[in-house]
Design a protein around this ligand. Structure first.
Ligand code: SF4
Length: 316
């Protein structure tokens, strides 16, 4: 089981895949910025102080497997072992390599693995590989420490078939995707349009109630945000301790954030107007509207809405 409250160290924007639903625009061509081992330990201690378990994710964190081993070892030595490493399993090309890498992670103190299996990931990660990663993780970490804890090879292959079927992808997009990141580009056109007027009535109080959020994320540039709202920054660790940013009280005290919490994307309209940015008449969702305005605002307000990597692939 994934713990109820998590702190995610998003190690990299780079990924072996470029899934259509990816909220953070991860891709093979994204730049190579990485969270350092020292920063990860500081973040891990702060997440622990907030009662949050530490997750390591990306992009695909295990593109940098030696770095992740050092990071996991340092976090364990500091008393904040990694609860889960998230992966798309694309690296699980043979039993030997997969078992070796998973064993090293376990020895470095990693307690569990979380593999993504769905019709978006399986467009890039062969079902056979991700099933290998999951089944060997069951063996090495115990099923209770692996997500998914149940999966048949047939279901993994079905996800791969769905990945090739536009109707299945549309169904998945409409059932559980936030239309931000690459989903704003690739999947939002599949959704029925909602008028701007209707979207402007929706607030984000629950989305920015940081104390109760399941997951908070810190990226390679030190930006801290709810993991569902990449680009809506609580702040940056270059100037603040993470422990001070990850609080609902901090949202209340920060004008841009408290406005967004209270009024939703409507709070971005005066900013957009200032820079001659005009919203479209309709969007797929409030988050799609929010993303579209921030994508154009980020050059003017990089601290509030950065980094650019959240909106486009930026080659290093
Ligand atoms: S509208 Fe923006 S701030 Fe509100 S939940 Fe969506 S991404 Fe987050």
């Amino acid at each position: 089981m994934l713990p109820d409250h998590n702190g995610q160290i998003m190690v990299t924007y780079r990924c072996s895949a470029a899934c259509r639903h990816c909220l953070v625009m991860a891709a093979p061509g994204q730049d190579e910025a990485l969270v350092s081992v020292e920063a990860a330990v500081e973040y891990g201690l702060d997440f622990a102080a907030l009662g949050r378990a530490v997750l390591i994710a990306g992009g695909e964190a295990l593109l940098y497997s030696d770095h992740i081993l050092r990071m996991a070892g340092a976090l364990s030595a500091a008393g904040v072992p990694v609860a889960f490493v998230e992966s798309n399993g694309s690296w699980c090309t043979s039993d030997g390599l997969t078992r070796r890498r998973l064993s090293l992670l376990r020895e470095a103190g990693v307690q569990g693995m979380y593999f993504s299996v769905d019709c978006f990931h399986q467009e890039f990660a062969p079902a056979e590989r991700v099933y290998r990663g999951i089944s060997l993780s069951w063996e090495l970490f115990g099923r209770e420490n692996v997500l998914p804890s149940e999966l048949s090879p047939a279901r993994a292959l079905e996800a791969e078939r769905e990945a090739r079927d536009p109707r299945s992808r549309r169904r998945a997009a409409l059932s559980h995707v936030h239309f931000i990141g690459r989903a704003a580009v690739d999947l939002a056109p599949l959704a029925p349009p909602v008028s701007l007027a209707e979207l402007l009535t929706q607030d984000c109080a629950a989305d920015l109630d940081v104390d109760s959020l399941r997951e908070i994320q810190v990226d390679p540039y030190g930006f801290v945000r709810p993991d569902w709202c990449p680009g809506v920054n609580l702040g940056n660790t270059a100037t603040h301790r993470l422990v001070d940013l990850c609080r609902t009280e901090h949202v209340r005290q920060t004008p841009v954030l408290s406005e967004i919490a209270g009024r939703g994307p409507a709070a971005l309209l005066p900013l957009a107007e200032r820079f001659c940015i005009t919203p479209q008449p309709a969007y797929a969702s409030k988050c799609h509207l929010c993303f579209d305005l921030r994508r154009q605002l980020v050059e003017h307000m990089p601290l509030e809405f950065g980094p650019r990597q959240v909106y486009e692939v930026c080659r290093g």
